[in-house]
Design a protein around this ligand. Structure first.
Ligand SMILES: Cc1ncc(COP(=O)(O)O)c(C=O)c1O
Length: 378
C-alpha cells in the first residue's frame, strides 16, 4: 500500500465530533484567475458550517472528538481577544452541548466585536487576562482547568497544547485528501497550494502532498510575528502527524516553502494586507482576514503567485473574517471613516439637531455620540 492510501486508511481511526460541514467547496475564482493569468481556486474552509466557518472547525472535529472520547464535559480555550480559536471552540461547545470557558488576553486591545461578540453569543463564560503571551494565556487556562476540576468538572484545554497541534496537522492532512479528490474532479492534477500558516495547518497539507507523490507543492505564509521557527514547526508537526498516522512520507527540508518571513508584530495589519483583503473582496466578494488569509494573499499578489508556469493555484481560505469588524479603522476607506468619526462632530456644531430635522437623517444624536465615545476610549 502506498503512503497516500495508508494516510487515507489511518485517518479512519480518529474519532470526530459531529460538527460543521465537510467537505468544504473548492470554488473556481474567475476574476482572480484572470488577474493571476492561471486558474485560481479557493478551498472554502471559511464555509465549514459553524461559527461563520474557518479552519478551526475542521480541526475541532478532531480535537473536540478526542476530548469527548476521553470523557471531557467542559472545554477551556484561550487566546488574544480577537483570536479565531476561542470563538470557534465556543460554537463547537454550543453545538455539542458542552459548556466552554474562555480566557481572553486583552493586551492587544479589546472590542466587544468580531470574535469576542461571537463567543459571547454562543454562551461562553469569559475571563480576562493581561498575560501578554501565549504561554501566559495557556498558564491561565491551566489554572482555570484546575479550578473547574476541583469543582467536579472534567475540563479539557483545547488551546495550543502539543497534542492538539499534532491533531490539527492530522486534520489538515485529511483536508489535503479531500482537496486532492476535488482537484481531480475538475481535471487538476498538479497545483500550487497556498495557505496562511507557518504551523500545523501548513504541516498537515504538506504531509498530504508528500504522501500523494509531491504533484502539488504547498506554500505556507506565516502571519506577522510568527516567522521565527516557522520552518522547524512545519517540519516538526508534519513529522509528528506522519508518525501518528503511521505514514512513511516525512517532508524533507526542500519540501518546505514559505512565501513570507513572518516578521513584524502579530495582530498588526500592514498596508499590503489591507490592499489584498480589499482587492479580493472587490474582485470576488470573498472576505479574507487581516492576520492570516489577507496576509497570505498579500504575499501572493506581491509575487504574482509562487511560480509563473501556469500551474493552477489553490488558495486555502482558512476563514477569520469575523475579525474584520474589529479592524474597521484600518480596513475601511477614508470616506466611510470620515463619515463615521469626523463628520458627525463637524455636523453637530453646524446643523440643527436630528430631532428638529425629523427623519431625514439616518443617524441619531445618540448613535453619533456613541461612535465618538468609542473613538475616544479605544
Ligand atoms: C484564519 C486562520 N487561518 C490560518 C491559521 C493558521 O494556523 P497555524 O499557523 O497554527 O497552522 C489560523 C490560526 O489561528 C487562523 O485563525
Amino acid at each position: 500500500m502506498g503512503p497516500f492510501d495508508r494516510l487515507k486508511e489511518s485517518l479512519g481511526q480518529y474519532s470526530r465530533a459531529p460538527i460543521g460541514i465537510v467537505p468544504t467547496p473548492l470554488q473556481a475564482m474567475r476574476r482572480l484567475s484572470r488577474h493571476f493569468g492561471r486558474p485560481v481556486y479557493f478551498k472554502r474552509d471559511d464555509l465549514a458550517g459553524l461559527a461563520l466557518g474557518g479552519s478551526k472547525i475542521r480541526i475541532l472535529r478532531f480535537t473536540a472528538g478526542d476530548a469527548v472520547a476521553r470523557g471531557a464535559d467542559t472545554f477551556v480555550a484561550g487566546g488574544y481577544a480577537q483570536s479565531n480559536h476561542p470563538a470557534q471552540v465556543a460554537a463547537a461547545g454550543a453545538a455539542l452541548g458542552i459548556p466552554t470557558h474562555v480566557v481572553l488576553d486583552v493586551t492587544k486591545g479589546y472590542e466587544p466585536q468580531g470574535n469576542v461578540l461571537l463567543l459571547d453569543l454562543a454562551g461562553a463564560r469569559v475571563r480576562f487576562t493581561s498575560a501578554g503571551s501565549y504561554e501566559g494565556v495557556l498558564a491561565a487556562c491551566r489554572r482555570l482547568a484546575d479550578h473547574l476540576a476541583r469543582a467536579g468538572r472534567r475540563p479539557q484545554i483545547m488551546t495550543q497544547t502539543h497534542e492538539s497541534r499534532v491533531l490539527s496537522a492530522v486534520a489538515y492532512a485529511e483536508a489535503f485528501v479531500e482537496l486532492a479528490g476535488q482537484c481531480e474532479a475538475v481535471g487538476v492534477c498538479e497545483a500550487d497550494v497556498v495557505v496562511g500558516s507557518g504551523g500545523p495547518t501548513c504541516a498537515g497539507l504538506l504531509l498530504g502532498a508528500v504522501a500523494a507523490g509531491r504533484r502539488c507543492r504547498v506554500f505556507g505564509v506565516p502571519p506577522r510575528g510568527r516567522g521565527e521557527g516557522a520552518r522547524e514547526q512545519v517540519k516538526g508537526f508534519a513529522a509528528a502527524a506522519a508518525a501518528a498516522l503511521g505514514v512513511d512520507a516525512v517532508p524533507q527540508e526542500s519540501d518546505i516553502a514559505l512565501l513570507a518571513d513572518g516578521s513584524g508584530v502579530y495582530g498588526e495589519v500592514d498596508r499590503e494586507t489591507i490592499a489584498a483583503l480589499r482587492f479580493v473582496a472587490a474582485q470576488e466578494g470573498v472576505y479574507l482576514d487581516p492576520v492570516y488569509t489577507g496576509h497570505a494573499m498579500a504575499a501572493l499578489l506581491r509575487r504574482g503567485g509562487p511560480s509563473s508556469n501556469g500551474r493552477p493555484l489553490v488558495f486555502v481560505q482558512t476563514g477569520g473574517a469575523p475579525t474584520v469588524f474589529a479592524y474597521e479603522r484600518e480596513l475601511a476607506s477614508r470616506r466611510i471613516l470620515h463619515h463615521a468619526f469626523v463628520a458627525p462632530r463637524i455636523d453637530r456644531a453646524a446643523r440643527p439637531s436630528p430631532r428638529a430635522r425629523g427623519t431625514e437623517f439616518k443617524t441619531t444624536r445618540r448613535s453619533r455620540r456613541r461612535r465618538i465615545r468609542r473613538e475616544v476610549y479605544r
